[in-house]
Write a protein that binds this ligand. Structure first.
Ligand SMILES: [Zn+2]
Length: 269
C-alpha cells in the first residue's frame, strides 16, 4: 500500500476534481456526504493507515477513503489514456486525467468511503499501530497482552495495522518462527527477531513493488508450496488455519514439524 501511496501522491493533487463517480453500488459504502461534494475540490495528497488509502481535500472538509482488500487495484490514467469500461469507482480530474478502481472477480469487496474528517477518525479508530517501525518494545507489549497464535496476531488490523496474510507468511519465515507459536510464549530474543523481520520484509516488499515486481518475484514463501526454501531448500509446506492458508518452512520455522490443519470445519467433521 505504501508503494501505491507514493505513486499517487503527486498526480492526485495536480488538478481539481471534475466529476466523482459513478461507483458500483457494492463499492461505495457511504451516501452522506454525496460523492458530488468532491467536485471542484482538490486533494491535498495521499495518506496511508494500515491497508487504507486516505485522500483528504485541501480545504480540510472531506476525506476519500479507499480500501482495496485483496483484488482491488487503483490506477491513475493520464488524459486520453484508455481505461476500463465499468470500473468499480471512477474519479475524473479537470483536464481529463482519471483515478479508477477496478476489482477482479465477481465479489465486490473493495470499498470507497466519502467522509468528513471526524467520520474518518471514527472509521480508523479501531486500527492498531502501524506495523512498519513498530519496534521490539511495543511488539513485546502487544504479545504479552494478546494470547494468540502469531499468524493470527500479525494479520489482525485492530492489533497491528498493515500486514496481510501473504506478508504474515514472509515475516514469520524471515523471523524463523512458527505461525502457530503462541504470543505469550515468545522470549525476548524472539520478539526482537519478529520486530526486525516485520521492518525488513515490509521494506523489501515496498522496494520490489516500487520497481514493479510481480507477486511471484516478491513472495519467497507465500504461494510456493513444494518449492525449495530459499534459506535451507526444504520444500515449503502449507496448512489451513482460520480460513487462511499459511505457507512455512518446516526446517526454518517449526523444528521439522508439519503443522496440523486447525480449521473449525475439520474439527467438527
Ligand atoms: Zn527453510
Amino acid at each position: 500500500m505504501e508503494a501505491w501511496r507514493r505513486q499517487l501522491e503527486e498526480p492526485v493533487r495536480a488538478f481539481p476534481i471534475a466529476k466523482a463517480g459513478p461507483a458500483h453500488i457494492a463499492t461505495l459504502k457511504t451516501y452522506d456526504p454525496p460523492l458530488s461534494a468532491l467536485e471542484r475540490r482538490r486533494f491535498e495528497g495521499v495518506e496511508r493507515r494500515g491497508k487504507r488509502l486516505l485522500f483528504p481535500t485541501d480545504d480540510g472538509e472531506l476525506v476519500l477513503l479507499v480500501h482495496l482488500m485483496t483484488a482491488g487495484r487503483l490506477k491513475y490514467l493520464q488524459t486520453g489514456q484508455d481505461g476500463p469500461k465499468a470500473p468499480a469507482f471512477r474519479l475524473e480530474f479537470e483536464g481529463g486525467a482519471q483515478l479508477v478502481l477496478t476489482e477482479a472477480g465477481a465479489k465486490k469487496r473493495a470499498g470507497v468511503w466519502l467522509l468528513t474528517p471526524e467520520q474518518a477518525d471514527t472509521e480508523l479508530a479501531h486500527l492498531g499501530p502501524e506495523a512498519f517501525g513498530l519496534g521490539a518494545e511495543r511488539l513485546g507489549e502487544i504479545c504479552a497482552r494478546e494470547s494468540r497464535r502469531l499468524h493470527s496476531l500479525l494479520r489482525d488490523q485492530r492489533v497491528i495495522a498493515g500486514i496481510g496474510r501473504a506478508w504474515a507468511n514472509e515475516i514469520l519465515h524471515h523471523a524463523g518462527l512458527s505461525p502457530y507459536a503462541l504470543t505469550q510464549e515468545l522470549d525476548e530474543e524472539e520478539v526482537d527477531r519478529l520486530a526486525s523481520a516485520i521492518d525488513a520484509e515490509l521494506a523489501r516488499g515496498l522496494d520490489l513493488r516500487e520497481r514493479g515486481a510481480s507477486d511471484k518475484r516478491t513472495y519467497r514463501v507465500h504461494n510456493r508450496l513444494g518449492e525449495p526454501c530459499h534459506i535451507c531448500e526444504t520444500p515449503i509446506a502449507r496448512v489451513d488455519f482460520e480460513e487462511h492458508t499459511i505457507y512455512y518452512c518446516p526446517t526454518c520455522q517449526t523444528g521439522g514439524r508439519i503443522l496440523k490443519d486447525r480449521r473449525l470445519s475439520r474439527l467438527l467433521r
